[in-house]
Ligand binder design. Structure first.
Ligand code: PRP
Length: 222
């Protein structure tokens, strides 16, 4: 069955919707997330409610495609934590879960050299793998991870990402399931970080340029 889902575009309309909910939902989120995110996050791009709805749709599509198969979910650390947890609770399928630790140690907003911080422990040979990442940006991470995974001889690998930023792509990689297609904004929250901060925000927000222009050192001292 064709697995590719129609992307939910975060365009002009969605921006209007998010700006409408900014005041009320933003206040609620700030209490839970803690910290002074309003000074650093320019605006909410995708609300908690939008994420929740979209994840249910993604989960249904994945269920349809994987039904009857022995599924292994492979999630890339660290950015997938929230997306994975929310997606998994809607997957009504027998599955096993493992993590692959991969990080690009770049400066500021640019991705750099890839380093593996954790290897897989489960055997994926002959299995149907759902590879989960939080964002597909340049595609360098998945371009690196896919051959490594395919060398373990799974039956098939399908890619699921919460966010897709096609305008930044330098590698020929596409997601079979993608939550939201977004423009080239530097986004944080819902697992995504800048200098390891903001992962706990329950929404996806646009980081204020003054933050990433300061660089990691300034932020990390706070
Ligand atoms: C981020 C993100 C993706 C990758 C996408 O990972 O989680 O894995 O970048 O970028 P790309 O398509 O340009 O390769 P990061 O290395 O920042 O680690 P993290 O998941 O711990 O935040």
């Amino acid at each position: 069955m064709k697995a590719k889902l129609k992307l939910r575009r975060v365009g002009k309309r969605a921006k209007q919707e998010t700006s409408k909910v900014k005041a009320s939902k933003g206040r609620r989120a700030s209490k839970r997330a803690g910290g002074n995110w309003q000074d650093e996050v320019e605006r909410v791009l995708i609300t908690e409610e939008q994420i929740e709805q979209r994840i249910k749709t993604l989960a249904h599509a994945i269920e349809r495609d994987f039904r009857g198969r022995e599924m292994v979910v492979v999630s890339l650390l660290n950015g997938t934590v929230m997306f994975l947890a929310d997606l998994m609770r809607h997957l009504n399928l027998p599955l096993r879960l493992d993590f692959l630790g991969v990080s690009s140690y770049g400066l500021g907003t640019e991705s750099g050299e890839l380093v593996y911080t954790k290897e897989l422990r489960l055997d994926v040979r002959g299995r149907d793998v759902l590879l989960i990442d939080d964002i597909l940006d340049t595609g360098k991470t998945l371009r690196h991870v896919l051959p490594k995974l395919r060398a373990l001889k799974p039956r098939r690998v399908k890619i699921c990402v919460l966010l897709d930023k096609p305008s930044r792509r330098v590698e020929n990689v596409h997601a079979d399931y993608a939550g939201f297609e977004i423009p080239d904004y530097f986004v944080v929250g819902y697992g995504l970080d800048f200098a390891e901060r903001y992962r706990n925000l329950p929404f996806v927000g646009v980081l204020h340029p003054h933050v990433y222009k300061q660089g990691c050192k300034q932020i990390c001292r706070k």
